[in-house]
Design a protein around this ligand. Structure first.
Ligand code: ADP
Ligand code: MG
Length: 390
């Protein structure tokens, strides 16, 4: 057992929350922390990052700068992280110094590495896409014969939003992909023909209380989340199965905090787990406007040792759409039209440059009818355009 310098009781108003990572997830977590009366310190290398704009203090440092990470730990009552690609050694350093940090380094180690993650999922009797670890050209040929084509070759860690992934349909393409992704541990995954991609936000606290949100349908475009529909239009049996998978993962991973399970639904209603994100997730953003307790408040409740909140929805359905940059300009036009529909909620992340495919914001439509929510979302999306500032 590690000794903790700081007591793990329920954190009081004015306590300091430390966040490793200053992107939009950190920002929305910080806003929830503010609402609950907490102070926020963020560690992030980029000045004026989305989270630092709303935090009390910003330590400008790299995620693997252990001295700065320990400074964050010393200044804060509890630390968490907003994405899984931070160096696990930073979380281990916090733990060894006795600073409370959630989720644990063990959880991060498993979930930031696609091979360890899939091995863990299979070890608890849950299916994943067939895969094969690839480090050498010999492995590559083994993977081609054992798993076959079409396949996706991915970096085993460090990827997000489809980065570090190449689709291949023959050995020649696979060899080219191997060159492209060279010198990094890789995973060869069978390309799955899914009928839907599903997601579920789940939270576990230190007393093994588990709360699950509704199952969502997540539509990706070019490997990036585009739209989330809640609840997913699936049978009760599929929804129950997805929920049970999330509960099993929560318990066996021994996680404290919010996480998301991304899944593939097959034609025969079988579910394969694709990924586990050990943090609030893009597909859970709808919960800010559509649920009694958002995934961000829930994360704070879990890490601050408070009772977990209710995931109950305030409308029967919701649709969330990501607003991505397209390099055509940095000013978003059409927001007035969007805001004139009182069932639509807009969130922008304070990023100055709308680079292509950069997540700049999102909006959520609340409705008691999923088709109507989807239709409004499509109409709303058409109104938005990036233009050059006049
Ligand atoms: P990340 O989100 O970390 O970039 P993912 O593994 O979730 O990586 O891949 C992004 C998207 O690419 C998925 O949501 C899915 O749409 C598609 N994808 C990934 N792996 C597979 C697979 N094995 N079969 C089919 N589609 C996949
Ligand atoms: Mg993913």
């Amino acid at each position: 057992m590690l000794s903790t310098r700081k007591k793990l009781k329920a954190l009081e108003v004015g306590s300091r929350i430390g966040i490793l990572g200053g992107g939009q997830l950190g920002r929305m977590l910080a806003l929830a922390a503010r609402q609950m009366g907490y102070r926020v310190h963020v560690l992030e290398p980029t000045p004026d990052a989305p989270c630092s704009q709303v935090a009390d203090k910003h330590i400008v440092a790299n995620y693997d700068d252990i001295a700065s990470v320990l400074k964050l730990g010393k200044r804060c009552d509890v630390v968490t992280y907003e994405f899984e690609n931070i160096d696990v050694r930073s979380v281990i350093a916090l733990e060894e110094a006795g600073y409370p940090v959630f989720p644990s380094s063990q959880v991060l180690k498993t979930t930031q590495h696609r091979i360890l993650e899939k091995q863990f999922v299979q070890s608890i009797g849950i299916n994943t896409a067939p895969f094969y670890p690839v480090n050498t050209l010999v492995d590559l040929e083994q993977a081609a014969s054992k798993i076959g084509f079409p396949a996706i070759i991915k970096t085993a860690y460090g990827g997000y939003d489809g980065k570090g992934q190449v689709k291949v349909t023959n050995l020649e393409q696979a060899q080219l992909a191997f060159q492209e992704l060279l010198n990094r541990p890789l995973i060869w995954e069978k390309m799955i023909k899914f009928t839907k991609e599903l997601g579920i936000i789940c939270v576990r606290d230190r007393n093994n209380q588990i709360v699950t949100y509704p199952v969502t349908e997540n539509i990706h475009v070019e490997n990036i989340l585009d739209t989330t529909l809640v609840p997913a239009f699936v049978s009760a049996k599929v929804a129950d199965q997805a929920t049970e998978i999330a509960r099993q993962i929560a318990q066996n991973l021994n996680i404290v905090g919010v996480f998301c399970v991304e899944m593939f639904l097959l034609e025969n209603d079988e579910i394969l787990v694709n990924e586990i994100a050990p943090r609030p997730h893009n597909s859970g953003h709808y919960s800010i406007d559509a649920c009694l307790c958002s995934q961000f408040e829930q994360q704070l409740r879990a890490i601050c040792n408070l009772p977990l909140g209710s995931p109950r929805m305030l409308s029967k359905t919701a649709v969330m759409v990501n607003i991505l940059g397209d390099h055509k300009g940095d000013h978003l036009s059409g927001t007035t039209g969007l805001l004139s529909d009182t069932n639509v909620c807009l969130h922008l992340y304070g990023k100055k440059k709308a680079k292509t495919k950069r997540k700049m914001g999102h909006f959520t439509v609340l409705s008691d009818d999923l088709d109507e929510a989807f239709e409004i979302a499509q109409k709303t999306r058409k109104q938005l355009r990036w233009i050059a500032r006049r």
